[in-house]
Design a protein. Structure first.
Length: 107
């Protein structure tokens, strides 16, 4: 115990601990936020089974009309959500893989 005249031995470390906390807290927050960002999927469409033509175009880097045409021909599995057509991701991937192996690059 401190009698006011002789400081407690541990009290000598308070300024050092304060500086340590001052330096560590921002770094720990940065690490935690970085870890949380790394856990989040980078592409919000990555786990979607069904995509609208605009989404499929963005994901696969092709035109919206390419997907619409393949859907109309029955080359890609589709379904409807109201008036809009959805394209099945697995069907798109399979079609692209077949075209890749066939050598005509989807054209």
């Amino acid at each position: 115990m401190s009698d006011g005249k002789n400081p407690n031995f541990l009290d000598l470390f308070d300024p050092l601990l304060d500086r340590l906390v001052e330096k560590l807290v921002p770094r720990l927050r940065e690490k935690i936020n970085g870890t949380a960002a790394a856990i989040q999927p980078k592409d919000p469409l990555a786990n979607k089974r069904w995509l609208f033509a605009e989404q499929a175009a963005a994901v696969f880097g092709m035109s919206k009309t390419w997907f619409e045409g393949r859907g109309r021909k029955g080359e890609i599995t589709t379904t409807k959500a109201g008036r809009r057509v959805l394209f099945e991701r697995q069907s798109i991937e399979e079609l692209l893989e077949r075209h890749k192996k066939g050598g005509n690059n989807g054209h």
